[in-house]
Ligand binder design. Sequence first.
Ligand code: HEM
Length: 372
Amino acid sequence: MPTRRDDPSIPAWREDQLDSLSAPELETPYFDGALKAWVLSRHADILAAFHASSLSPASHASDHGSQPSGESAEGQCAEGQHDRCERARLKMRAEAMESLSPAQLRAWRDQLAPAARALADGLPVEEPVDLMDAYARPLCLSLAAIVTGISRSDAEQLCERAREISAAAAEPYDSALRRSAESLSAGLRNYFPSGPESLRESGFVALSQTMPCILGNAWFALLQFPQEWSLLHREPGLMEQAIEELLRYAGLVRILSRIATADIDLNGASIRSGDRIILRIIAANRDPERFSHPNHVDLARRNAGHLTLGAGPHACVAANLIRMAAITITRPLVQMVASASLSRPVDWQGGSGFRFPRSLWVHLTTGERSTD
Ligand code: HEM
């Protein structure tokens, strides 16, 4: 019996992984018979797909974004309901954007920052520490509680269920995990009675579970490029552009899916209505046509344009919230820590949706605390 990793109907580009020794291979768009889908990996092709009005998001890749009611299990609107679906999605986006105003993000940042500073100051330096359990997860759980307006004790109580829901997003081709996540998600709903739809249970899961994964990947990348960690320690003013570069290099989401709602020629690929399309996001973020020396972390890089949070009409509504959280949580860590090294091999978890360090055991060396 084929193992899950050997099953050709499940995407498994092993080089699209942060711990891979070889760089992702970029290809012109092609139809993969086993996956029954077009495969896009070049930055320009995926960007075109993000902006194509006849390509709609489909399930199998990212289920943290809320699906407006009226969509089928495939993530597509049922026949004849497209306009209603689209109106619901735009309403959902508008409500989320309003709740994620710059002023609101600043207020949340001011609540999160002192907690991050206190936790960073308390990290042990004489012995190894797991940055995921000791630092990333508690802070992301606090942020999830603040943003969704539930108490910290409710957040702690819901954490295990959120973890299982997130595990299904990391392994989108596992139908058993997906079914269990759907029923857990329905159970979570009662705890989040108010607020915009995307900032209820799905926002809670994304912030409490997916956010630590992004941080774990970003810090793993800094550990791979120690000179960049020490640069950030010396020059914390680089933080905003550093986070963009880490989102590019260490970005989380491996694949997203689309379904064609009409025939379309996309950079030479003749895609027919009803065809599925898989977008290899990590590969696109390492495209040498778009980024010079793409397989290196270069915190001084100024050309943004990564696709980690999507692009175009379906781009992540919480992109600035994620940036704020990544900056606010990473800043006190690198200000206190002059250098860090892995003290144990990383225990990677997840699957074709996204992969992340379950734990990140490191030795920290403190330096003179840097200031902005
Ligand atoms: C924490 C890490 C997160 C990551 C890595 C992430 C990533 C993404 C990506 C890649 C997309 C584009 C999907 C596509 O094009 O098919 C997306 C869409 C979306 N995200 Fe996020 N996201 C995160 C957190 C959040 C949070 C906290 C919220 C809650 C507000 C959120 C709400 C959404 C929504 C509603 C969409 C769909 C937008 C649409 O179709 O119009 N995301 N996200």
